[in-house]
Design a protein around this ligand. Sequence first.
Ligand SMILES: C[S@@+](CC[C@H](N)C(=O)[O-])C[C@H]1O[C@@H](n2cnc3c(N)ncnc32)[C@H](O)[C@@H]1O
Length: 356
Amino acid sequence: MEITVVLSQENETLPKAELLARLKTLEIDYEIINEYPGIIELNVDANKEQVIGLGSHLGYTHEILLTLSKTTPEEVETSIKEISWKEHIKDTFKVRVKRMGNGEVDKDKTERLIGGIIKQDCQMPVSLDNAVHTIKLVYTDPKICTNEFKEDKVIGYNKTIITELLIEQDKRHFFDNKPHKRPYFHPGSMSPKLALCMVNLAHVKEGDIVLDPFCGTGGILIEAGDLNTTLIASDLEKCMYEGTKLNLAHEGFENFKVYWEDVRKLEIEETVDAVAMDPPYGISTTLGGEDTKKLYTEALVAIEKYLKDDGHICMASPHYIDMNEVVENTPLKILEQHSIRMHKSLTRIITVLAKK
Ligand SMILES: C[S@@+](CC[C@H](N)C(=O)[O-])C[C@H]1O[C@@H](n2cnc3c(N)ncnc32)[C@H](O)[C@@H]1O
């Protein structure tokens, strides 16, 4: 089936990497057809239910749409008339225009016009609040002009994709899961969106055993736990150890073990499918981050022996630590890396590792 995926544009590489990692984890074969800012068109070897499953556990994907037809903004009306809507729409519906960038499209007029044409064919009522079908016209492949200040501006589009919404991101999940709403909070907690993305980059799937040996408040494992996984956490600080226990129980998870231990001395009974971790960044940048680097290497060596042969580790680190040096003398290799600019003096590097 052909789908159009609307990605967050808050980071250049993570949204696509997360989507592709999740497709791989779910063993869904795919082929990328086209890419535009915030849009990927794909052919996926999956049914509707599987695509909805895919979209229900992603941090940086906003929407997954079923591609019905592709046209140009000038030809939208004609292309809409060529689709047999009565075969497609058997309940209430609405039409929405989605512009990628701020190019000029008369949204209201287009939605009304196209809604009218579809209604005439399918004879189903429009419902703006509670529609069963949402038809989305995605305006993409932007025409860009650079102004006198060398700023790019979207002035129009070359392409309109006619789609039906399959699944959109549940924004409430991230809102309700904000770290300060948990029973135990600490300012170093990771955002749920990035935590979920890291879980996906670590290829976590239903039923896996997942380890976070620098668990802090448990933010990463909370996202992994939604996949019915067994969670193993550890932290050096007693307050974090207690806090994570409190937070995981508060989420309703039962399948977890939390250790109060230095990662370098951690002993667990299980071998794990995946590790996702956000170790401390240290403050010794003036020393070139030597202590931090040493901790990372020792941590990776300590946990590698518990990782299954085909398992993945997803790890966050600060930009001033060279991860190539960290893994140099370990049995691990770097598969991919992404960067997230946090503020002027900190960029986070997200690294995915596997056994050599
Ligand atoms: C950046 S925080 C993790 C935040 C976590 N991802 C969250 O969402 O709350 C790093 C954690 O590593 C713990 N830590 C530092 N050194 C450690 C070590 N040697 N072994 C285990 N945990 C350690 C700290 O106590 C801290 O809670």
